[in-house]
Design a protein around this ligand. Structure first.
Ligand code: SF4
Ligand code: SF4
Length: 361
């Protein structure tokens, strides 16, 4: 298998010390040793030594959520996310992707989203058309909100309307490349998708990324892949915090006591932890979740639920259990994917809210 020397070095340097063993949300959900980062490194090492075939570990390669908890905790500073992404790219190049991943990749290439959706819901279409005029600010909704959680996309539009922001939303919003990057890493197709959306974004002064997965891609991965961005890209949470500071968004405590579910893309990847807290604290009493900020535990997503639905349910259940065990009553999310994942758990002890729910309530 052709992976970079750097990736090989990271794989081989894993010391199987177990320090990342207990923090992997997938490993904890499945209870399988093979789901942990250290076991994944061992499997890749065996493929590199021609002891087993890539096909024998490929499902395991797609169990990783790329959440970076292991990277954050690895005692030797090695990077399981990096080598897992390289193996996915190599599997794509060698035509060794599992059929369920091929379907998602094909959908990304033909429809711009892994789910193969070709139409938006009617109410979202109407709301987007009301913001079709060009302005300096683009609200970039992202594929999850547009195609799988249109009520959340509508709420984001309403929040910016409430704050009196002049903004544009695109009916034909191109994909950010985040999904392809997750599925096949730094392939030419991924970079082409990123370049296409960058060309669109560069027509605006400011691009507000509603989805943390897109924010991470635009603000971090574009730079790594040489995609030029001339606009200012900001996270939705940072944009809201600024609206609050300027007085455009009026603070109003709704009487709830909540904890915040840090999306790893904001806290670990982009180093943004306080902006969402600033907004939440203006609308509710903010307490802290077990494992928060850079230590956050991922609560699942829509994309992986396409091929690991039961595991996603377990991942979300475990995060809800964290809140329950601290006797918390409500979790506020800043990721449409985590919101959807947590909402999918049948329970009524913990209220699941988005930032928008809190502001619009
Ligand atoms: S990135 Fe997250 S899901 Fe993947 S191995 Fe590390 S801790 Fe587990
Ligand atoms: S913490 Fe790092 S070195 Fe230890 S098992 Fe995990 S990946 Fe390997």
């Amino acid at each position: 298998m052709m992976i970079s020397e750097k990736a090989k070095q990271h794989v081989e340097s894993c010391r199987f010390c177990w320090m990342c063993h207990h923090i992997c949300p997938i490993g904890n959900a499945t209870g399988h040793e093979r789901s942990t980062p250290r076991a994944r490194a061992l499997g890749i090492s065996l493929v590199n030594r021609n002891a087993i075939e890539l096909s024998e570990i490929i499902d395991n390669i797609y169990e990783c959520a790329g959440c970076g908890a292991c990277v954050h905790d690895c005692t030797t500073a090695w990077d399981p996310v990096m080598f897992t992404k390289e193996v996915r790219l190599q599997a794509a190049l060698e035509d060794q992707l599992p059929a369920y991943i091929n379907t998602l990749v094909d959908n990304c290439l033909t429809t711009g989203n892994a789910y193969g959706k070709t139409e938006l819901c009617e109410s979202l279409t109407a709301a987007i058309k009301a913001h079709a005029e060009p302005t300096d600010t683009l609200l970039y909704l992202g594929v999850d909100a547009r195609t799988m959680a249109c009520k959340q996309a509508l709420k984001a539009i309403k929040v910016l309307e409430k704050a009196g922001v002049a903004f544009t939303v695109l009916l034909d919003e191109p994909a950010s490349g985040a999904q392809l990057d997750f599925l096949i890493g730094a392939a030419e197709e991924t970079k082409e998708q990123m370049q296409t959306v960058a060309n669109v974004m560069n027509h605006y002064k400011t691009v507000v990324c509603y989805d943390p997965a897109d924010a991470k891609t635009v603000k971090q991965t574009f730079g790594e892949y040489g995609i030029e961005l001339t606009c200012k890209a900001v996270t939705y949470t940072a944009f809201l915090a600024e609206l609050l500071r300027s007085g455009a968004l009026k603070a109003e405590n709704k009487g709830k006591t909540v904890v915040f579910q840090d999306p790893f893309q904001l806290s670990r990847d982009l180093g943004e932890t306080e902006e969402a807290r600033e907004v939440i604290a203006a609308f509710a009493t903010l307490e802290e979740m077990h494992l928060n900020r850079e230590e956050t535990v991922w609560a699942g997503n829509i994309l992986m639920a396409q091929y690991l639905p039961e595991v996603m349910k377990l991942v979300a259940e475990r995060r809800i259990f964290n809140a329950k065990s601290l006797a918390k009553k409500a979790i506020v999310t800043a990721s449409v994917s985590e919101y959807t994942s947590l909402k999918n758990v049948a329970q009524n002890e913990i209220e699941i809210l988005s930032l928008d729910d809190l502001i619009l309530d």
